[in-house]
Structures are given as structure tokens and as C-alpha cells.
Write a protein that binds this ligand. Structure first.
Ligand code: NAD
Length: 492
């Protein structure tokens, strides 16, 4: 039986004013896992009122106390990791090892960000006048609107909720309609951990209704959004029109560059994991491999052979390497791009079709696909967000970097080489928020900032030491203990 959920407002699961529910479907077999309300604008208004009512108390709660709640949330997640990992694999379709890894990422982040409650660092700064003291303190921005995608249904909400909460913000959270179950489970974990009513509220439903109401509300002072570039533009525009703070984490077209001295076995493993892990549906997934001409044929032949050997199937089966893509819409979009690649004259080396028969038709499975392409092709420039990899040839390092940078995006990137000078040069030359050396484009750790350049995003980096920047304002404070009027900058 598919479980039916409500919306979470003011510390309680309540009924939505919506008449309609939507189904959350397992992409491996088409079964309905749960039903959620198709939330309304009125639901969002109720959530906003609850967040507003909770703000003064939460803002004045000592940050260390706020952090303690988050630490407990991390501990509860740890206890529930097995169950949540399995549920995530069913809801999202990523294979169990990766699903468990995602839950671990949420645990890691809560444990990390809890400590921020004992820092929230400001600065003391010298002043130009005697008997005067100057410092900066951090204050919460206000009510946050948190909007998340379906591809990381617990990790991304954890980043946003954890950073907002430790900073003293209250929030209205809208998970993606494809994967709200893990979002709802996370909300319940935070409730169990002792998060006071109203600090976090969750409304499910369409982006065009629930999301739209959140981003347009004058009560929302900061919008933290992760999703596609087109939606990101709309969100940015709304925030700009009323001068709200906006953090955007958007798409990618992440390259791995292989130099002629690369450890090819290591690179092969890395490319397979980065391109086809989570069926290529990670924002940091590798979708372009740029290979030095000297090793091009040799490496590509091996890569095609290994890709053809990947087992595609039920994400709960531990022998499976690649799960389904997330639903019919994703499937159609990816298959369309495969057609575009063929029409553009790219050479299809493997895959290129959906899997049928043997129960595959119940779900949405696409064979891992490799094209040999040219840098100007759409399949080499646009985010496909599926198990489709484009291979490009470069005559030297310079050309490889030019190809890597010649896209709209700049999230993750990687270079395989034994040449330490080149490695350090690439760190400077590649336009991206993240660069790996001799490691694939995926695998970010929570204690480092995460985000990208160019159309990949704007605003403060999530996670790491910068996580709180999105949700705190810096206030400058001057304390004059001279007992007389002192005038800065003015000569007496
Ligand atoms: P999407 O943009 O379709 O949806 C993201 C969220 O926005 C969903 O909750 C959706 O309901 C909501 N939304 C849709 N229209 C809206 C509107 N008009 N107003 C407000 N909210 C609205 O993205 P998706 O398909 O769920 O996710 C895939 C995309 O996310 C990919 O482009 C991927 O690269 C990106 N992504 C980026 C990162 C990153 O950190 N850079 C991480 C994960 C995913």
C-alpha cells in the first residue's frame, strides 16, 4: 500500500488544502511508493506564517543549542541509514551503495554543521580612533525558501536545512515532486531531534504553484535553489525583483581530461564511475571525456568494452552497476539527446537505446551510451543528465583546456596526469567550481565548499566553511567607550 502524506506546518503533519494528490513512482518498476498533496498557494502561506512566528525565538536561541539539534539529527539518521538507503534507492533509482552513500553525506553534513553552532565566526577589526572597539557579528537573514531537485533527495535538503537552521533562519522547504519521501523522512528526523515547531515547514507540489509562491513571497529573505538552469533563471529574476538574496546551484557539463601520461587504468575506473554512477544524473557527473590524441584509440576501446559490461537493472540488487533513470520524462529527454547526437553525426560506440523485455519495460532503463563527438555538437555542450558520455580528442593540454572551458557551465572538472606542473596549471586554467586531479568529477566532501561558476550558479557556495554565508548577514558593530563624540574620517 502506498503511504499517504500530508504537509508539515508548525511542527505537525497536517492536511493540505489541496484536493489532489500526486504519486511518487519507483523508476525501476513503475510501482507507486507514496502519495503527496499537490500543494496550494494557501498551503505555502500557512507555512510562511509558521516560519514567521518561529523566527524570533529560533533567532535568539544560542547557536550552540541550534547545533545540538542538528547533531542529534545526524545521529538519528545514522541509526536509520539502512532503511533510508533502501528507500532512497527505490524512490530515486540510484544503486544501493550510492543511495547509502547519499544518506551518509546527510549524516556527515549534520555532524559537520552542528559544530558551526560553536563558531559562526565574526572578526575583530582595528579602528582609527582611540577607546573604540570594532567587530563583525553574524545574524540570520530571516525566513528561507529552500527548493530542491530529485537527484539528491536527502543530501541537498540536508545541506540547505542544516545551514539555514544553524544560522538561525526558519524555513519553508519544497522538495522535488519526483522524490519527496526522503524529504519527508528528513523532516521527521529533525522533529525527533528536537527542532522546534515552525523552524522547518514542508509543502509538496508543483514548482509552478508551490515553488512560485515561495519565490515570490515578500516574507522570504533568502532563496536557496538547486535545479536546472531554466528554472534557476526564473528564480533569480523573482529574487532580483524584490532584492532578496538568491543562491543558485544549477547544471553542469563536467569534463575529465586525460593527458598522454595518465594512469589509464585509474582513469578508466574513474570515468566509468563519474559518467554512469547514478545513471549520469548527478550535477557533477562526467559527460565529456577529452582525451589526448596519443592515447585516444587505446583508451576509448577499453572504455567502450568496460561500459558494455556494466550491468543495468534493479538498484537494490548489489550486483547491478547502473539503475534506472528517474521516470518517463527523464527517459524521453535522454533518448531525444541520443537522437540529436546521431543527427549531428556523432559516432555511436555503445548503448544508444532503452532496455526492453525482462521486466525492463516496467521501469525506465537506458543503456550506458558513448558517442565520439566534436566540441561544437549539442551533445558536447548541453547538459543531458543521463548515462550519455561524449568523447572528444585534443592534440595537447592547451586544446584540451580550451574545449573543457568552451561550455556554458562550470561545476566540476578533472585532469588525469602524472605531471605535477600540469596538474597545478590546470587548477588555475579550468573554469569550474571544483577541480579534481587524478580522481573523477564526483565525490565531493561536505567540509569543502560546493558550487560552480558561469551558468552553474551564483551566490555563496554551499557546504564547507562557506555554508553559513548564504543564510547569515554580516553586521558591523562599533563600540565607543571614550565618553565623547569621536568623528571618523573628519579632521578636527
Ligand atoms: P528543476 O529545475 O526542474 O526543479 C528543481 C526544483 O524547482 C523542483 O523542486 C521543482 O519543483 C522546482 N521548480 C520548478 N519550477 C519552478 C518555479 N517556476 N518556481 C520555483 N520552483 C520551481 O530541476 P530538476 O530536474 O529537479 O533537477 C535537475 C537539475 O538540477 C539538473 O540541471 C542538475 O544539474 C541540477 N542540479 C544541480 C546541483 C548543483 O549543486 N549544482 C545539484 C543537483 C542537481
Amino acid at each position: 500500500m502506498a503511504e499517504e502524506y500530508g504537509i508539515y506546518i508548525g511542527g505537525e503533519w497536517v492536511e493540505s488544502s489541496a484536493e489532489e494528490l500526486f504519486d511518487v513512482v519507483n523508476p525501476a518498476n513503475g510501482q507507486t511508493l507514496a502519495r503527496f498533496p499537490q500543494g496550494t498557494r494557501e498551503d505555502v502561506q500557512r507555512a510562511l506564517e509558521a516560519a514567521k512566528a518561529a523566527f524570533p525565538q529560533w533567532k535568539s536561541t544560542p547557536p550552540a543549542k541550534r547545533g545540538e539539534v542538528l547533531l542529534r539529527a545526524g545521529q538519528i539518521l545514522r541509526e536509520k541509514k539502512d532503511d533510508l538507503g533502501k528507500l532512497l534507492a527505490r524512490e530515486n533509482g540510484k544503486v544501493l551503495a550510492e543511495a547509502r552513500g547519499e544518506v551518509q553525506e546527510a549524516i556527515d553534513f549534520f555532524e559537520y554543521i552542528a559544530g558551526e553552532g560553536r563558531r559562526l565566526l565574526g572578526e575583530t577589526v582595528a579602528t582609527e580612533l582611540p577607546d573604540k572597539f570594532a567587530m563583525t557579528v553574524r545574524v540570520p537573514v530571516g525566513i528561507a525558501g529552500l527548493i530542491t531537485p530529485w537527484n539528491f533527495p536527502i543530501a541537498i535538503p540536508s545541506w540547505k536545512i542544516g545551514a539555514a537552521a544553524v544560522s538561525g533562519c526558519t524555513a519553508v522547504f519544497k522538495p522535488a515532486t519526483g522524490t519527496p519521501i526522503l524529504g519527508a523522512k528528513l523532516v521527521s528526523v529533525l522533529e525527533e531531534a528536537g527542532l522546534p515547531p515552525g523552524v522547518l515547514n514542508m509543502v509538496t507540489g508543483a514548482g509552478s504553484v508551490v515553488g512560485d509562491e515561495i519565490i515570490n513571497s515578500p516574507l522570504i529573505r533568502v532563496i536557496s535553489f538547486t535545479g536546472g538552469v531554466d528554472t534557476g533563471r526564473v528564480v533569480y529574476g523573482c529574487g532580483a525583483s524584490r532584492l532578496a538574496r538568491v543562491g543558485l546551484e544549477l547544471g553542469g557539463k563536467n569534463p575529465i581530461i586525460l593527458m598522454d601520461d595518465a594512469d589509464q587504468d585509474l582513469a578508466l575506473e574513474g570515468v566509468l564511475f563519474a559518467a554512469f554512477g547514478t545513471a549520469g544524473q548527478r550535477c557533477t557527473a562526467c559527460s565529456r571525456v577529452i582525451i589526448h590524441k596519443k592515447i585516444y584509440d587505446e583508451f576509448l576501446d577499453d572504455l567502450v568494452e568496460e561500459t558494455e559490461a556494466l550491468k543495468v537493472g534493479d538498484p537494490l540488487d548489489p550486483s547491478v552497476d547502473v539503475g534506472p533513470v528517474k521516470g518517463r520524462e527523464q527517459e524521453e529527454k535522454i533518448l531525444r539527446y541520443i537522437e540529436i547526437g546521431k543527427e549531428e553525426g556523432a559516432r555511436l560506440r555503445c548503448g544508444g537505446e532503452k532496455l526492453t523485455g525482462n521486466g525492463y519495460d516496467l521501469g525506465t532503463f537506458i543503456r550506458p551510451t558513448i558517442f565520439e563527438g566534436k566540441p561544437e555538437m549539442r551533445i558536447a555542450k548541453e547538459e543531458i543528465f543521463g548515462p550519455v558520455l561524449t568523447i572528444l580528442e585534443a592534440k595537447n593540454y592547451q586544446e584540451a583546456v580550451e574545449i573543457a572551458n568552451d561550455v556554458e557551465y562550470g561545476l566540476s572538472s578533472s585532469l588525469y596526469t602524472q605531471n605535477v606542473n600540469l596538474a597545478f596549471r590546470a587548477i588555475q586554467d579550468i573554469e569550474a567550481g571544483i577541480t579534481y586531479i587524478n580522481a573523477p568529477t564526483i565525490g565531493a566532501e561536505v567540509q569543502l565548499p560546493f558550487g560552480g561558476v558561469k551558468s552553474t550558479g551564483t551566490g555563496a557556495r554551499e557546504a564547507g566553511t562557506t555554508a553559513i554565508e548564504e543564510f547569515t548577514e554580516i553586521k558591523s558593530v562599533y563600540v565607543d567607550y571614550s565618553g565623547r563624540l569621536q568623528k571618523a574620517q573628519i579632521e578636527e
